[in-house]
Design a protein around this ligand. Sequence first.
Ligand SMILES: Cc1ncc(COP(=O)(O)O)c(C=O)c1O
Length: 342
Amino acid sequence: MKFIDLRSDTVTKPSDEMRKMMYEAEVGDDVYKEDPTVNKLEEYVAERFGKEAALFVPSGTMGNQICLNVHTNPGDEVICDKESHIFWYESGSPAALSGIQLAVLDGKNGVITPEQVEPMIRPESAYYMPRTKLIEVENTHNRAGGIIHPIENIADLRTLADKHGLKLHLDGARIWNAHIETGISLAEYGKYFESASVCLSKGLGAPVGSVIVGSKEFVTEAFRVRKGWGGGMRQVGVMAAAGIYALRHNLSKLKDDHRNAKTLAEALANMKNVEIDIDTVQTNIIMFKPVGISVEDVLAKTREAGVLLSVGAVGVIRIVTHIDISKNDIQETINILSKILD
Ligand SMILES: Cc1ncc(COP(=O)(O)O)c(C=O)c1O
């Protein structure tokens, strides 16, 4: 059975054209920095974000965790939203790999404000407290349903960080979606952060890989940590080629994913047994609560009908649109969901 797979934008398969570019990629030993395709990808991504340097890493988790590690020392603290990916879904790595703790704030739809952050910054004189080093922002925000972090708030967080000598890190796994939806350039987003980790294997449709961007000095350190954590890869230009293809050909297609998500969300909003905040559907993620039927039952019934959905939080279903989902798939999904929820 061929499923309409809406569990995540990580389920995409490389297209024939992407595979062709991977097949033809020029490669070398990337641990020696001799892979021309990786070098090209890193230069390109650094330039798009207005940064001096970039580093190809196997995953978004490794990208985030290397950045946290480089910015901190054991015993330090990172401030982030309570629904952030680094808090929920990175296997406790801030503590396990870097010996740091996360101070999580109750952001609204994933957005933490300077007014919330400032009281959480530990005074320099308080030797008995952890040291605050970093503020982390996730854009778009996964558990908040793909919402776009307002650029004005990011600018205000930057001002606050400067006031207290803190660094800012962007979990930009889906920054591409924010960029495409708002028209704000990647360089504009990049300028507020010391570091960002951006994913090629979500909506962009590459099979693997993320990229860290930052200053030359930062990326030199990140390169060292990547090797130490076993993330040094050899002839990995075959993978970087997929990333280059994705950036060239798939970035602008994210707009279709957003349109599909909107169509589906509007249909859900009209179904009797659905609770949904349509304002949060800004990019390619939809979160909704089924009413009078459990999440598990909805997932089982949709699976039976050929549609795969996932759990967003307790009592919440998550739907993610992506490059392998067509307009027809969306229509079929609406038909199936309306039989279950209307
Ligand atoms: C916001 C966010 N950050 C980071 C990651 C981690 O990416 P990876 O699965 O490549 O480790 C994800 C993955 O879904 C994500 O949604």
